[in-house]
Ligand binder design. Structure first.
Ligand code: UFG
Length: 336
């Protein structure tokens, strides 16, 4: 059984990936500083899988990370740890560059020191020039990121690629996520943002349960069919399974390779809201508000490369995403 170190494993994507890894026969170990997550997640993972995942509360940028590599024989790493709030990154760019780049660099340093050669990195579609391109392939022009957060993903990809070139025994997979939403079907784990949710789905679920009065739809005058922005929303369980496929790929292929993880389907803000209302039988009051800084009108993934080379394809629907997100919201509040 292979042991996989999951940095940021207590977060939204990390926790769902742990569940899928366990299901696929891997043994995950989590390192997370709990700066944006709660230790209760471990209990959620245990309830779903029956497995108590070893957990280290630690900053991945800390030299003490080497302790984990000493104590375990690690076969591969999935690197999620990082700050992720786009707006906050514009207010505190240095914090984002320091944290997101130092974690990546310290991790690579320790991997090199302990001879761990397999890495899957949590990147984002934000590395593409989304203002000028719509159907994004892995070859689409990158850069012109809309926030320091986006640049940290761009730069981490560069650092990892350079590392892989200098150390030819490295197998690195850069996964560029589109918009992960939804929750595990059990409702045991999900997305738990601190404070006012900045992303669409958690805001919608909080309106649905009455925690917030109404949704502000950022911009109704974009050049799209209904005037609202179009994104490629992907179910978190599909996304998590993409990491299992990436680990398998990295077992057989050296170098650094990037893949889009999306569905290939563009969905507008209003289409998501309407689908949520329909499948959950709940009303989401909304108003059309000002456009939000840095929002691209429309982009979605070209998923052919992941399908061909990873043998992975998203299976779950927008309905599944809306249903599971609502179930999680209610369950996390003790309403179910
Ligand atoms: N939106 C609203 N109201 C809200 C929140 C969002 O109308 O309260 C709209 C946004 O304007 C956008 C869409 O919903 O059109 C999706 O917004 P999100 O904030 O959920 O997602 P983004 O596409 O802006 O951001 C996502 C990831 C980021 C990543 C970015 C670029 O959350 O991590 O894609 O890839 F950087």
């Amino acid at each position: 059984m292979e042991t996989i170190l999951i940095t940021g494993g207590m977060g939204f994507i990390g926790s769902h990936t742990c569940v899928e890894l366990i299901g696929a026969g891997y043994r995950p170990i989590i390192v997370d500083d709990l700066s944006n997550s709660s230790p209760q997640i471990l209990e959620g993972i245990r309830r779903i899988t029956g497995v108590s995942v070893p957990f280290y509360q630690m900053d991945v940028a800390d030299e003490a990370l080497s302790q984990i590599f000493m104590e375990h024989s690690i076969d591969g790493v999935i690197h999620f740890a990082g700050f992720k709030a786009v707006g906050e990154s514009r207010e505190a760019p240095l914090a984002y560059y320091c944290n997101n780049l130092n974690t990546t660099m310290n991790l690579l340093k320790q991997m090199g020191r302990y001879g761990v050669t397999r890495l899957v990195f949590s990147s984002s579609a934000t590395v593409y020039d989304t203002m000028r391109h719509v159907a994004l392939t892995e070859e689409t022009e990158r850069g012109y990121c809309q926030s320091p957060y986006g640049w940290t993903k761009f730069m981490s990809e560069q650092i990892i690629s350079d590392f892989a070139r200098a150390h030819p025994e490295t197998a690195a997979v850069l996964l560029r996520y589109f918009n992960p939403v939804g929750a595990h079907e059990s409702g045991e784990i999900g997305e738990a943002p601190n404070g006012v949710p900045q992303n669409l789905m958690p805001f919608v679920t909080q309106v649905a349960v009455g925690l917030r009065e109404k949704l502000s739809v950022f911009g109704g005058d974009y050049d799209t069919p209904d005037g609202t922005c179009i994104r490629d929303y992907i179910h978190i369980t599909d996304l998590a399974r993409g990491h299992v496929a990436a680990l398998r790929y990295a077992q057989e292929n050296l170098g650094a390779e990037s893949f889009n993880l999306g569905t290939g389907r563009g969905v507008s803000v209003l289409e998501l809201v309407q689908t949520f209302q329909r499948v959950n039988g709940v009303e989401i009051p909304y108003t059309i508000a000002e456009r939000r800084l840095g929002d691209a009108p429309m982009y979605y993934a070209d998923t052919q490369k992941a399908e061909k080379m990873l043998g992975w394809k998203a299976q779950l629907s927008l309905e599944d995403m809306c249903r599971s997100a609502y179930t999680w919201q209610k369950k996390s509040m003790g309403l179910l």
